[in-house]
Design a protein around this ligand. Sequence first.
Ligand code: PFF
Length: 457
Amino acid sequence: MNNDQASGQAVSKKKGSVERFTSSGFILAAIGSSVGLGNMWKFPYITGKHGGAAFFLLFIICLIIVGLPILLAEMTIGRGGRGNASASFFNLTGKKYWGAFGLLSILTAFMIMSYYAVVAGWTFHYTVESFTGLLFQEGSDYKSKFISFASGYWPIFWQAVVMLLTGWILAKGVSGGIEKFNKILIPGFLIILLILMVRSLTLPGAAEGVSFFLKPDFAKLDAESALVALGHAFFSLSLGMGCMLTYGSYVEKRQSLGAATLAIGFGDLVYAFIAGLVIFPTVFSYGLEPGEGVGLAFMALPAAFSQMPFGFFFGGLFFLLLAIAALTSAISILEVPVAYAMHKWQWSRKKSAILISILCFLVGVPSGLSVGGVLGDFHPGGKSIFDWMDFITSYVLMPFGGLVVTLFTGYAWKKAGEEAGLKGFWYKAWMFLLRVVVPILIVCVFLHSVGIIKFSK
Ligand code: PFF
């Protein structure tokens, strides 16, 4: 073991050198991580529900005062500590308990990946079914179609495909795998997104969908909306689970982390915005209900595509878009435990990627079978296994991980400003947010999530 490996840095086997991103590769990979299933269906839906443009404004504010400071903090810890999501904390302070807090975020990433791969698998299945025309048959009822798909065993097959693909990309390394695939997938993603935007905005009656999405309705905003916006800023920027921290550990010293933070935040916002311009005009143009999460993407939209000329093609593009978004996020999520295993047990990258993928697949099978499958009726404590995994990770573990990063950067690690390249006003503003504003807001989100604080309408 050389010094790099001992500190927790990923070392390329062939060259024996530490693994690093190029500057553009890093930005693309980080945007790939943040732009995911969250942007594509959750964001448009919650925006529509909470007052359209008014909520969008609130989301931008949350992104700026909470999302970006934590994003910068995570990347700074990664680059300063040059280790995985646990080792970096330890490397910077020499304190074991900080390493233990970091370990929790690795567990969070592993758990998220186990069920994220299930939904990613659905998007793969729907892409194939759309392009082959199987999805769009006369008189189809898309709700029952989804239910019958989800209650069988195909979701497990597609989940395995997602894990295989993600593991294979990670086995190829940081520059030969993560960076290379993001450089291909993200531009492809952007082209598809723009084609779909033009298609949806030129549909008859598109204006109604645009106005549902963007007409500011401040009356619909309440305290609840603020917490939803905050929680989403978190999930959307992939914070609180060591993901941006791990990516940050592969960043060169000359890269400006402040500029990267702005680029990633802006990229995430623009993608979310365009996703709304794709989804709402399409749904409204065919007189359908926008519905919620799964319903919107897998039930309402197929119904709209089925009525559109060349719908199988546009539908296929839409699901391909979701599949790419899911894959580039999945890569970043699984890299967190893979990087940890490489350091902890001195496994090669390949071995680590293969074993972690298999393990994660096995842990995810119950989630895959619990959305209508054989475990569909198993609801311990009122939630399915899938919903429990989502709830525990998104509402408990991720805010906790974010709080650890915030407190570590704000209070425990004295050299964060130097590593982040911030001085004067910007440093003071960053510290004020990390020390005071962000911890208070995270605690509010957490208490609200677990039902300790409630808002009456
Ligand atoms: N940001 C991704 C999305 O919006 O779908 C999800 C995600 C990716 C969450 C990576 C957490 C993470 F570490």
